[in-house]
Design a protein around this ligand. Structure first.
Ligand code: NAG
Ligand code: NAG
Ligand code: NAG
Ligand code: NAG
Length: 391
């Protein structure tokens, strides 16, 4: 550090006239990535290079002289992250490569280059950017949630709803800063009623970039069990498509230049994925296939989601309905046996009445078969009459 200050002081005091000061160059660096801070000087012998962070004590970022990197006084924050293009220094390239850029790296840097001829100061301002890389939008129980994260600078979130903006009941946005200084953002939109045909569009943007997620609600669909159903999606030439079930189960993914990946548990249910992205699904039973299907298309600047609720119609031979079928059977059995018992009693009653006349063949009245339920009701009252009525 003292050595560096020595160089700077010497420059300032003795070589003031010869120092070239260049205007600041701004460099935008991607968070987590590598970045080159440009610096060019007139090459000559005895090259001395110093990269200095212009903050507080003007920390040493990277030094070079005697044709070697000199990192003895390097600020620990930059340890292992800096390098020069050694093979190009002799040609006047003093640019600094900085790896794993973080938010603390933002600020002004000095590139000091000294040769036997003259000295030069170049200033570079480093700005860190973390773009909106994806926006997720989901609908669960009349609540549309839009989320994104790892963004810098601070983003904003805006909604647009069509064709019924009046259905929006409540709309809130939360921004949270993570421990690296990046922002997570989430917006929640509550709708008035069970919306089945709107399109929700959520946009996350800051001064540098914007990204959208659009969700179209497809009218609910129905299917019978043990049959095929075509779930529509309109990818129109795009090759990054993902189908998911109940929001967090991936069914399949198709990406440009890659094999289509179908999750193991879905393989026997997927009959086809068309060019346009529509999914031909084999529905086995309601328990397995009923739910929300989502087709997500990923474009350069947006996500496009189709949300489909699939309802599976009841199969009369399915386990659940077998119980209902059993109940119906028992009830019918009871009714039939009731009728039979009634008829038998009726026969006996008539027999008692007709023994004297000995005409047992005319005992069955025609109306018995026409109104069995009426006679069922009679059954409870008539035998009493029979008991008391007969002498
Ligand atoms: C220095 O060299 C690097 C690597 O080739 C290059 O990316 C950079 O633009 C050069 N800088 C200048 C100022 O010439
Ligand atoms: C959605 O509604 C269903 C039934 O009303 C409930 O069981 C479920 O927990 C709700 N989900 C969420 C995320 O609120
Ligand atoms: C959401 O709320 C903001 C501010 O409260 C408002 O400006 C905006 O129009 C609302 N958006 C929708 C879709 O209701
Ligand atoms: C995803 O599924 C698991 C169970 O498989 C569940 O516990 C979790 O809450 C689900 N997450 C979301 C966001 O729905």
């Amino acid at each position: 550090m003292t050595e560096l200050n020595g160089v700077l002081v010497r420059t300032a005091v003795f070589l003031m006239v010869e120092v070239l000061v260049q205007g600041d160059t701004q460099v935008g660096c991607v968070f987590g990535g590598s970045c080159v801070l440009p610096c060019h000087f007139q090459p000559n012998s005895d090259t001395i290079l110093h990269w200095v962070r212009m903050k507080g004590n003007n920390d040493q970022v990277h030094s070079y002289y005697d044709e070697l990197d000199q990192l003895g006084h390097q600020d620990p924050l930059y340890k292992g992250r800096t390098s020069l293009f050694h093979d190009q220094i002799s040609g006047g390239n003093a640019s600094l490569r900085l790896a794993r850029v973080n938010l603390q790296d933002q600020g002004r840097y000095l590139c000091y280059a000294s040769t036997s001829e003259y000295n030069q100061e170049t200033f570079v301002t480093l700005i860190v950017r973390a773009a909106v890389s994806r926006v997720d939008i989901v609908l669960v129980n009349n609540t549309v949630t839009c989320k994104s994260g790892g963004i810098f600078p601070r983003p904003q979130l805006t909604w647009s709803v069509s064709p019924h903006p009046a259905t929006v009941l409540q709309n809130t946005t939360e921004v949270h800063e993570d421990d690296q200084g990046l922002y997570d953002i989430s917006g929640v939109l509550t709708t008035v009623y069970s919306d089945t045909e709107s399109t929700y569009c959520c946009s996350v943007q800051n001064e540098d970039c914007a990204r959208k997620a659009r969700m179209r609600l497809h009218p609910p669909m129905q299917s019978a069990p043990k049959s095929e159903v075509l779930l529509p999606c309109d990818a129109s030439g795009l090759d990054d498509i993902t189908w998911t079930f109940n929001h967090n189960q991936t069914i399949l993914r198709r990406q440009a230049g890659q094999e289509e990946v179908v999750e193991t548990e879905w393989q026997q249910h997927i009959r086809d994925l068309s060019e346009s992205g529509s999914l031909l699904l084999y529905v086995s039973s309601s328990a397995q296939s009923e739910g929300t299907y989502r087709c997500t298309l990923r474009y350069a600047d947006k996500e496009d989601v189709t949300h489909i609720e699939l309802k599976i119609l009841q199969d009369p031979f399915e386990e659940g309905s077998l119980v209902a079928l059993g109940v119906i059977f028992v009830v019918m059995l009871a009714v039939i046996s009731g009728i039979v018992i009634f008829i038998i009693r009726r026969i006996k009653f008539k027999q008692k009445k007709t023994t004297k006349t000995s005409e047992p063949k005319e005992m069955i009245p025609g109306e018995t078969s026409l109104f069995p339920l009426m006679y069922l009701w009679y059954e409870t009252t008539e035998p009493q009459i029979e008991e008391t009525g007969t002498p």
